[in-house]
Design a protein around this ligand. Structure first.
Ligand SMILES: [Mg+2]
Ligand SMILES: [Zn+2]
Length: 196
């Protein structure tokens, strides 16, 4: 029998985004101190697992490609996430990251890959490794690219965020129809629970 999963984006779903003045927009945390788990995330993971879903991170992390931080720092951030969740007696089942960027500063990450969302490469790899039925799975994300990847992979997208007219227009243009619009991961998981 195939497994089912709640795939989750990382930044803005698991952890808070931070405002980076130099970049002029909210971005991924670039050190462990900036990495803060959003309230309710540990509880959400527990609920999803209790419902029989694997919880798997699917995330673009081009920070190293852009030269924002080293691999060592990324590993420390990941470690911090694991430690926090462990303290709440839960854990993520697996994590799949795309470290590439088409215009990467660092040559080893410069690639037009098939794993960077909106492409479905990471979802496909995760579904193969964990024998997951994509049709019966969800992808929760706060980015248009997440909903696009969900559509391409054939799983149900749950969008986290405020849907204003410009986002609606983008969704329509790309023919993306999220299954549900959620406030946060906890809201998303409760929706899944009520719709089994
Ligand atoms: Mg995100
Ligand atoms: Zn990639």
């Amino acid at each position: 029998m195939l497994n089912k999963a709640v795939f989750v984006d990382r930044d803005g779903v698991i952890n808070e985004m931070i405002y980076v003045k130099e970049h002029g927009y909210v971005d991924t945390p670039s050190n462990p101190v900036q990495f803060k788990i959003i309230k309710g995330v540990a509880r959400s993971i527990k609920i999803a697992k209790k419902l029989g879903y694997k919880v798997i991170i699917i995330s673009n992390q081009p920070g190293m490609a852009k030269g924002y931080y080293a691999k060592k720092t990324f590993d420390l951030i990941t470690k911090k996430m694991h430690v926090i969740l462990e303290k709440s007696n839960t854990k993520i089942d697996d994590e799949f990251y795309c470290f590439h960027h088409p215009n990467a500063k660092l040559k080893k990450y410069r690639k037009k890959c098939s794993c960077r969302k909106p492409r479905a490469g990471l979802l496909k790899r995760a579904s193969e490794e964990h024998r997951i039925d994509l049709k019966n799975s969800y992808f929760v994300g706060d980015g248009i690219v997440d909903m696009e990847a969900a559509k391409r992979a054939g799983c149900k997208g749950i969008f986290i965020g405020n849907v204003n007219s410009s986002i609606t227009e983008l969704f329509n243009k790309k023919k993306i129809h999220p299954h549900y619009i959620a406030r946060d991961l906890l809201d998303a998981v409760n929706f899944i629970k009520n719709n089994i």
